[in-house]
Each structure stands twice: as structure tokens, then as C-alpha cells.
Design a protein around this ligand. Structure first.
Ligand code: ZN
Ligand code: ZN
Length: 120
């Protein structure tokens, strides 16, 4: 493979445009090659965006996990209240039981989402 810009042998492929570049025409950026002065800036920006979105993913996963646990406790509280205070609540207990179950379900869903995000 020849360099896109001159007749020298290419040492690699630009991470941004995919053209072959020789040692003279290339510059190393973020564990890859880029056309010197042409794609240098673009690759750096691209890598910055990827790095940022990766951090955002981890942050989202952490929030999901935390809210999932809080939601689960909230659901148990509702469910527990509905069961313990059944005599006093009478028909209202059904509402508390149902609400508790729905909250627990959503907590489980949040936990499932977090596992999916961690895998990605
Ligand atoms: Zn390039
Ligand atoms: Zn070159």
C-alpha cells in the first residue's frame, strides 16, 4: 500500500479517513494514526467524544443501580405496610400491595437495565 499523499510506502491507515499514510505524512494520535495536519484534529475530537460517552455510560449505570436499590426498598415498605396493616387498611391494603409490587417490578427493571449497560 502506498501513501495517499506521496509515493512512499504506507505504514498504516488514518483512523479518520481510512487512507494509507507513510511515516512522514502520519501523526500518532490516541493509539492510532492520522493524516498529519489534515485529520489530526478530527481524530482527537472523535476520541474525546468516545471517552466522554463512555464516562456518561458508567455514570448512568451507577445512577440506575442506586435508584434501583432505593426503589426496591420503597416497594418493600409499601408491600410490608399493606401486609402488616391489613386489618386497619381493609380494602386499601390491596392498593398498597399492588403499589409495592409495581415499585418492586420497576426496581427489577432498573437493575436489569444496569446490567445491560455494564455489559456494553
Ligand atoms: Zn486522514
Ligand atoms: Zn506520505
Amino acid at each position: 500500500m502506498k501513501c495517499f499523499y506521496d509515493d512512499r510506502d504506507a505504514v498504516g491507515v488514518c483512523k479518520y479517513c481510512g487512507r494509507g499514510v507513510c511515516h512522514e505524512s502520519a501523526v500518532t494520535v490516541a493509539q492510532g494514526l492520522a493524516c498529519k495536519a489534515r485529520c489530526e484534529r478530527e481524530v482527537e475530537t472523535l476520541m474525546g467524544v468516545i471517552g466522554k460517552s463512555r464516562t456518561a455510560y458508567q455514570r448512568t449505570a451507577a445512577i440506575y443501580g442506586r435508584s434501583g436499590l432505593t426503589t426496591a426498598l420503597f416497594g418493600l415498605l409499601f408491600l410490608g405496610f399493606g401486609i402488616v396493616e391489613q386489618q386497619y387498611l381493609d380494602r386499601m391494603a390491596v392498593f398498597f400491595d399492588a403499589a409495592g409490587l409495581i415499585i418492586l417490578l420497576s426496581a427489577g427493571f432498573a437493575y436489569y437495565n444496569r446490567r445491560k449497560i455494564n455489559k456494553a
